[in-house]
Design a protein around this ligand. Sequence first.
Ligand SMILES: Nc1ncnc2c1ncn2[C@@H]1O[C@H](COP(=O)(O)OP(=O)(O)OP(=O)(O)O)[C@@H](O)[C@H]1O
Length: 739
Amino acid sequence: MSKLKETKGNVIVSVRVRPDANGGEITKAAEWMVDGRQGVISYNGREGGDYSYDNVFPPHEHNAKVYDAAAKRLVRRVMEGYHGTVFAYGMTGTGKTFSMQGTATSPGVIPLAITDIFSFIRETPHREFLLRVSYLEIYNEKIHDLLSASVSGGPTSQQEEIKLREDSKRGVYATPLKEEIVQSPTQLLRVIARGDHARRTGSTQFNSRSSRSHAVVQIVVESRERVPTGASQDRRSGLVPGGVRVSTLSLIDLAGSERAADDKERRTEGAHINKSLLTLGTIISKLSEARDRASNPTDKEGKHLPYRDSKLTRLLQPALSGNSLVSILCTVQLGGTAKSHSGETLNTLKFAARAKNSIVSHAKRAEEAFGSGGGDAGSRVLLERYRMEILTLRNQLESQTKAQAEKELRLEEQQLEKEAQVRHEEQMLEMQLARTALKERIEHLNRLILCSKSTGVNTQGNLSALGRLSRMSTGSRSLRSSLSQSTLGAYGHSSFRPISFLSLNSNEPSGNQPFSSGLLGHEEEEDFIGEFADGKASAQRQIAALQADLNDKNRYISTLERRLFQARRSSHSRMSIGMKTGSAAPDAPDVLALLREKDLEINELRLQLDDKDRMLAALRSAARHRDLAHSATDAFVPDTKDNHGRQEHRPDDDDSPAYDSAVGLSSPFNDESTAEKKKSMEDVSRILDEMIQDRVESGQLIKGSRGSVRVAAESRRTSESMAALPGLSMSATDLEDSG
Ligand SMILES: Nc1ncnc2c1ncn2[C@@H]1O[C@H](COP(=O)(O)OP(=O)(O)OP(=O)(O)O)[C@@H](O)[C@H]1O
């Protein structure tokens, strides 16, 4: 026996004995003997004998044990690339469906095979798998797709007829047939359960829910060697190291053979069932006969085998002809009392025995297919097809990604161009604004320049100072006019000219610096300034003009002082002469005349002194205007030194609010101005001192030890006499105060 198992490993024939339907022991124990360990069933009755099989399962053997012994190895080899077929054959109600499907608590061959399939996948990491499943039934010699059936149960009448076709690589296959790709045991079991639900069943004499059709579950296994890690480049290029291997596991639950039933429908079904089973039996018998002629291989047995007599045998042709591993599970029930029952059991045992002896499997591992190959067989290699599709999609994705990247790049470039254009426009706008601002500035400056020219005053920026200069110039002009009038009025000299006249200082020993051409007329000054109205040179010319004006004023002051001194001396001389004359010949009428003359002179001197005071006030005012001009000029000519490096001469200054408000500056030359003022006062005092000294020398006055003076006795007398006269009351104190 063991030798038989070894030599015929590709075909396994098992017999499973169903428990007694009544729950009791085998009633005809004497007729039947079941040896599970030896795989022998013996029948002691008529046509009795021993029937040996690969496996004999006693009545209470579990489904798991049946699967392990009858199908497990075959399933694993299918996963390795072999075709495999497991089918259950037996009389109705003997446990074919129970063995193939099992129950929830005792799963049969199909669910256990599914579990093993996925276990194998998990245990084989170096390969990748793709599983697809189909489920059909052959009912009254017609093929129905159980996965395309309506939910309500039973294939739809409009379902396209499914035909069997044959291919050199695939063998015999049904088409069109729905195939579902499954990725988990649960998903696969759910698909099969759906097909089971659609399967046709009916009540028979021996089975209240008898399968009235042959049901075929086909699981197509595609597998391929995994691409080694790091060979992603090859994957992308489509160069895979190995092809795809395709194998099929067929799990078939045959309808039960039975005697002709009373029901017409059952009789019709039975006739078809029996016919297909009969054909199957016939083929097995012929295979057995062919095997007996194995020594004469010239005969090609296949040509004479009636596979096409039934769809069942046509569908099982690849398996029966040796291209597939085969496991036949025959189910019997030994407990029946009817004589016919034992006959059916014997028929099953004989079928199994013939199958065991006749079927020779030359099953080989399926060849690995490369590419789609061409033809239907190649196109069914879904794994390869998917791989190609993935490759195509990946290429499309890459091209789209590239196109997208290029598009984004273009958009980015366009965006950058837009931004650059916006920036350019902004820069242009800024430049335009800057140009506009510059133009406005230029126009403003031009207006300023025109305005300055129109006023005849320089120049760049210090318009208020220039305005003050202009006002000062006007003021100076009016000052000269008033001076001239007052001077003329005081002296009655029509030849006396204002300070701006050049002839005034030509012969004056004033010590002032000569100024040849600086005394310009007012219009000339404006033209001069306007012509050189820019920069430091212009400012220096302003200073020079003011300096000249200042010199004029100084010279005029000196002239007035000298004239005053001369007038006093002249008066003193005349008074001295008159006194001498009076003392020598004191004639009363002469004295009176002399006194009147002196009174006139004294009055004239007083008027002259008043004029002098007014002139000094006017000169101080002129000096303030001059300082104003200096300050305005200094505002834009920091270097206030003249060309000879000397500090500009500053006139005396006072704290006149008008001056301060007019200039708006705190003069940095206040100290110098004060010194200058003191100097001028000292000059006046010096002149008066000289006058007093002259009188002292002439004996009219006596100088005290502490600087005080008194009138001499002679003079006092004269003075007293003069003082007695109306209008002659001048004293030394008066002389001091007037200085
Ligand atoms: N080994 C077994 N142990 C327990 N119960 C079984 C066994 N075999 C069959 N049965 C029971 O017998 C009844 C009929 O079994 P099943 O439907 O599997 O027979 P079948 O051969 O498929 O019949 P049919 O050909 O009419 O479909 C079922 O109720 C099933 O549970």
